[in-house]
Design a protein around this ligand. Structure first.
Ligand code: SAM
Length: 244
């Protein structure tokens, strides 16, 4: 799968994409990531990507032209067909979009290409959301100073669900919110994990995990996942994403 990141700060992505699962997936050719500097799609001496808002008000607004030019270059005629067939998706990161969640990450892991546009300043000329992007996507009900962090987060969540990316495919099944994949706790939070030492400064690992009875451990984990979900995320139950 290919990810295209459209930004005014291409270097921003160096850290997040150079570690762990995402870095390994890139090295193994399971995902391809290209960053695109919007300044390269400007035509003035100052490489202007933002301007004052019509109607007045504070701050600057990202201009439509560089974003349009970048998308035109990325999505040629063949890509337009794929987009129509929904195997390519163009997403504008925005606090106003639908809120990202695991089921969407799982759905997008089946795409051929995901184009993520990161905004800055007061936001992006609304015509980008209206005419150029397939949708606006938020990573939560708070306002970030830019869409790059949000784009990196979406890329990470999607990439790890692409077949072959995680060393053990079971990892993506037995984890929080894994209802769609039929995980053990089906949409609940993950069960608690422990490792050695069994005792640390008076804090003990639950005895049951040390006894090695796998049927009992499985039941215990299921119950703990339910209990933790009820305690920490009762909203998951109210939303009906919780199947037991
Ligand atoms: N004026 C905008 C508003 O009130 O909705 C906020 C603009 S924000 C300072 C600048 C950029 O950060 C946005 O264009 C968007 O790309 C990104 N951003 C901010 N919050 C976000 C969120 N919750 N999810 C995704 N992107 C976000």
């Amino acid at each position: 799968m290919r990810f295209d990141l459209i930004t005014v700060f291409p270097d921003f992505f160096r850290g997040p994409l150079d570690y762990g699962v995402v870095a390994r997936a890139r090295a193994r050719g399971l995902i391809e990531v290209e960053t695109h500097d919007l300044r390269a799609y400007t035509h003035d001496r100052h490489q202007t990507t933002d301007d004052r808002p019509y109607g007045g008000g504070e701050g600057m607004v990202m201009k439509i032209e560089p974003i349009y030019a970048c998308l035109e270059r990325l999505l040629g005629a063949a890509e337009r067909e794929k987009r129509a067939a929904a195997s390519t998706r163009v997403v504008l990161l925005s606090a106003q979009g639908r809120v990202f969640h695991q089921a969407l990450a799982r759905e997008w892991a089946g795409l051929e290409r995901l184009v993520l546009i990161a905004g800055r300043y007061e936001g992006v000329d609304e015509r980008v959301a209206e005419y150029l992007a397939d949708e606006e996507l938020s990573i939560g009900d708070f306002v970030l100073s830019g869409g790059e962090l949000a784009a990196a987060l979406v890329l990470d969540a999607v990439a790890r669900l692409i077949p072959g990316v995680l060393g053990d495919p079971q990892s993506a099944i037995n984890e929080s919110f894994a209802a769609a994949a039929g995980g053990e706790a089906s949409g609940a939070l993950d069960y608690p994990h422990y490792t050695r030492p069994p005792q640390f400064q008076g804090m003990a690992v639950p005895e049951i995990l040390l006894e090695g009875n796998h049927a009992v451990i499985r039941e215990w984990r299921l119950n703990k996942a339910r209990e933790k979900t009820r305690r920490l995320r009762p909203d998951l139950m109210r939303l009906g994403r919780f199947y037991f």
